[in-house]
Design a binder for this molecule. Sequence first.
Ligand code: ZN
Length: 287
Amino acid sequence: MSTCAPSPFDHQKADIILRSSDGVDFRVFKLFLTLASPFFEIMFELPNRRFCYPSTLAEDPSLESLTDIQAILGAARKYSLDLIERKVCQALANPKVLEVEPLRCFAIARNARLKHETITAARYTLQQPLIPAWFAEIELITASDLLALLTYHKKCGIAVEPLLANLDWVMSHYGSSGGCNWLFLPQIPGSKSNCQCGRSTEAKFKLWAPAPVLWWATYMNETFELLRDIPSGDVARSEAEKTIQKVRSAGCTTCSSQVKANMEEFSNLLALNVEKATASIELEMDF
Ligand SMILES: [Zn+2]
């Protein structure tokens, strides 16, 4: 039993019917197939011989399902459908897909030898821990491919470390302790602050003379611990959200009133520097 595909694949004047493997009939015109694919052009020239329809006639199906992407890519290559291949590449570079399934995108792109898409997906895998959980498409890549990805990820984690050891980027952003009062409240002469939060005495956090609030030092230590495994700017932002909650529930009225705006600015600054530090790391892979 077969069923008919919806418009525009149900045209009564169609001159050929393509039946899919799951029994759906597509009533189409040879001319369009010929224009879209050299494969069909050759096939129709032989004595006896969907997607490729002009896109103004048929809306492009959503390619957000990765299983579809892989199957479509295979078919597009088999039938020389360049336009479709380009659309699949666009889908593989879709941030919505990449955010959720970077490893699957990486494997599919690598398997298809799509350089740009492979590199982009590798960057998105930085939002996940170094050692990935199992995923179906892992079978599409070789052990060498996976090793290259893990090495890249590890190098990015190492590239972030100097940001904690050397806080010049913080000093140059704020200029002076006055530029980030929220870190040093009670020590600023003339300040009316009554902040009772603890202070950090760690040498690495000695930005200017005064010792910064302890909750910020804790944020820094915990965030950089995570960044080693997940070297992505998102970590800086999500940890800042947790710090904002913690500071507010700790009850210091001075810090509570300004922690949100200041930590949002600070975590964006850190995120930017994390992205900068990892941007120069290359995925070492031949295409
Ligand atoms: Zn405080």
